[in-house]
Design a protein. Structure first.
Length: 191
């Protein structure tokens, strides 16, 4: 349907026949194209964000692993020196943050969960309060993290470290419970 459209050019009224449906279709096509372009940009940004989160998670895990290895090497060296009868001289300069410090100490009788770093303590408390075994993907939202693959993998690494150090058990692969410590010891150490 053509509709006459009047406008003024140079003080003279000019009439043009314009198809209203054609104009609406042209505007709709332009809007659709704009939406598709924005969706493509959003998808690209979401992909870049996920990659950046995965990189961050890998770096966090790497730092924690390196800290753990350095602490274990430092402890082994100190034990070797003590066994040889040597007393290491105190270092006048403090070690950089995290180096030479074991972030998750091995569990032993009398050790309380309060000695753990905050996120590890939160994980142990969540597992202790659970009615059954938990998976990393169930723990991640409970400690306030987004449920991305990077955060799940980072939490799984922390759970494995807690198992290695005797705080948790992993009876079935990927399913974590509070560690059982000897016969008749159903309760965790004191909180």
């Amino acid at each position: 349907m053509a509709v006459p459209l009047y406008f003024y050019r140079g003080g003279v009224e000019v009439g043009v026949m314009v198809s209203l449906l054609e104009e609406l279709q042209a505007r709709e096509a332009a809007a659709r194209q704009h939406v598709e372009e924005l969706q493509a940009e959003a998808a690209e940004l979401a992909l870049r964000l996920e990659r950046a989160r995965a990189d961050l998670s890998r770096l966090e895990i790497t730092r924690e692993t390196v800290t753990q290895v350095l602490a274990e090497l430092s402890a082994a060296a100190a034990e070797g020196d003590a066994a040889a009868g040597e007393v290491p001289e105190p270092d006048a300069t403090p070690a950089p943050h995290g180096i030479g410090v074991m972030t998750v100490p091995p569990w032993r009788e009398g050790l309380v969960v309060a000695v753990l770093p905050d996120v590890y303590r939160d994980i142990v408390e969540i597992v202790a309060d659970a009615p059954g075994p938990l998976q990393a993907k169930q723990i991640v939202p409970r400690i306030g993290l987004p449920t991305t693959s990077g955060k799940i993998e980072g939490t799984r690494g922390k759970l494995k470290r807690l198992v290695e150090r005797g705080w948790l058990d992993e009876d079935n692969p990927g399913r974590f419970t509070l560690a059982r410590r000897g016969p008749g010891r159903d309760q965790p150490n004191s909180w």
